[in-house]
Unconditional design. Structure first.
Length: 458
């Protein structure tokens, strides 16, 4: 017969075993994709939304925004907005979301708090709270977190002014409710913000923004102790100011990617790759290799399982619109401006000018027509071979002019080319940034084929 003490011991043992089992299962989980957290801004701030946005990717390079690129949750306390969100998978397999408590761009605000949510699956968010990290007259920017096994605690790192300039601070916690005293985690002697930590083969890597020259810097340490990191790589830049480094491992090969964000609303993401994190030798990728979520700012990336990826798309839905990227000018997207079809460099406003619904061809349902999202009922059609945005007048001529055959890309079969329905020797292409249809054949120049190749993305 088992007494009450035995029952309690058995229950406690089962609970411990269950917790250990959950941790082991999580450690053994096979990740099949990634989730990205971000907020949104655009050049005129038309897209400014300071709630938590999510996007998913199977390869960590091409991203699909969820919830029609709207926020999935928004702070209700503090400033009522967030910047710099970060998703951490906890030891038990659940998630915690942390973010800067700041709505807008008033950098003078002195806010000692960060926003925090709990989430089992990133489909629901509970336990919303603000956590105070320090009592200094300064901010708490760009919080991120990681597990420190030597302390058996999570470390929350963030940027705050200490000793006259921004440094990376740290607080330790077990529950993201109660936190220890703030300590200096990394101070190279000049303004430094936006810390991101990864651990590979027993070495800990910290990447930050040098806020004096807007470049990215790498430091490393054999421990995670505050003050132990030594700088080993400096001056990483795409040729313009960059911040918010975020490092993620490829799920299919020995390759690391590092993302960076330009600091202004006019900015965009850049991505580097390396097969040797220890060397710090990063190669900048072409815009052809990746696509960021529309209007996304200051990303945070976390690996997820196939079940989690499916659950996120099921809960939040996928975009009803698409964007169309140029092959040989991959920083440019198809848009309409003053009713003229053209390609322009991302980002731009009105940002909705680049959003299209690819609908069954108006003249032939096996083809495709491009309907404007911000001008419903208006389509890209050719007129005197130039592409224009016009309202569908119902005529057979309009339907034919607005219909195209989607085919494997003339420059790259994994992309797409679009052949005119009523002028089948002509393809949609850009020329001097304007869209038109021109004859293109197997003997046409490489440039013509490049101009006529596009990627359908989100």
């Amino acid at each position: 017969m088992i007494g009450r003490r035995g029952l309690l011991a058995g229950a406690a043992g089962a609970a411990v075993a269950g917790a250990l089992g959950a941790r082991f299962a999580q450690a053994q989980a096979t990740y099949s994709g990634y989730v990205m957290a971000y907020f949104t801004e655009s050049p005129s701030m038309a897209a400014a939304d300071y709630g938590l946005h999510l996007a998913v990717s199977s390869d960590g390079l091409d991203w699909m925004p969820l919830n029609q690129n709207n926020a999935v949750v928004t702070p209700t306390a503090g400033t009522g907005g967030l910047r710099d969100p970060f998703v951490l998978r906890l030891r038990n397999g659940a998630f915690v979301v942390i973010a800067t408590d700041l709505k807008g761009t008033d950098w003078s605000q002195q806010n000692q708090y960060v926003h925090v949510w709990d989430s089992a699956d990133l489909r629901t968010f509970t336990g919303y709270r603000r956590v105070k990290l320090h009592s200094m007259p300064t901010h708490s920017w760009a919080p991120e977190a990681f597990w420190d096994p030597s302390r058996n605690q999570y470390a929350i790192i963030y940027s705050a002014v200490y000793g006259g300039h921004d440094v990376i601070m740290v607080n330790y916690t077990t529950d993201f409710v109660n936190v220890g005293e703030a300590q200096v985690f990394y101070d190279p002697g000049h303004a430094t913000i936006d810390g991101n930590v990864v651990t590979v083969n027993g070495v800990n890597y910290l990447y930050v923004k040098n806020n004096t020259n807007s470049t990215l810097v790498g430091a490393r340490s054999s421990s995670l102790n505050p003050g132990s990191f030594t700088t080993y790589q400096t001056g990483i830049s795409p040729g313009r100011g960059v911040e918010a480094p975020q490092i993620v491992k490829s799920l299919t090969q020995n390759r690391w990617y590092m993302w960076g964000d330009t600091w202004s609303p006019n900015g965009r993401f850049f991505c580097w790759q390396t097969t040797d994190l220890a060397s710090g030798g990063w190669a900048l990728l072409s815009d052809r290799d990746y696509t960021q979520p529309l209007n996304s700012k200051h990303l945070g990336i976390t690996p997820i399982t196939a079940t989690e990826l499916s659950g996120l798309t099921s809960r939040w839905g996928t975009p009803v619109w698409r964007r169309i990227k140029s092959y040989n000018y991959p920083d440019r997207y198809v848009r309409h401006a003053n009713n003229v079809g053209r390609i322009d460099s991302y980002p731009f406003d009105p940002y909705s000018d680049q959003l299209w619904k690819l609908v069954p061809g108006l003249a032939d349902s096996s083809g495709v027509s491009f309907e404007s999202v911000n001008f419903p009922g208006s389509y890209l059609r050719h007129f005197d071979y130039a592409l224009r945005l016009e309202a569908n007048d119902g005529s057979s001529a309009f339907r034919a002019d607005a219909t195209f055959r989607q085919m494997p890309g003339l420059a790259d079969a994994s992309w797409s080319s679009f052949r005119s329905f009523n002028y089948p020797d002509r393809y949609l292409r850009h020329y001097n940034s304007l869209l038109r249809i021109d004859p293109i054949s197997s003997s046409s120049s490489t440039v013509d084929k490049y101009d006529a190749t596009f990627r359908i993305t989100c």
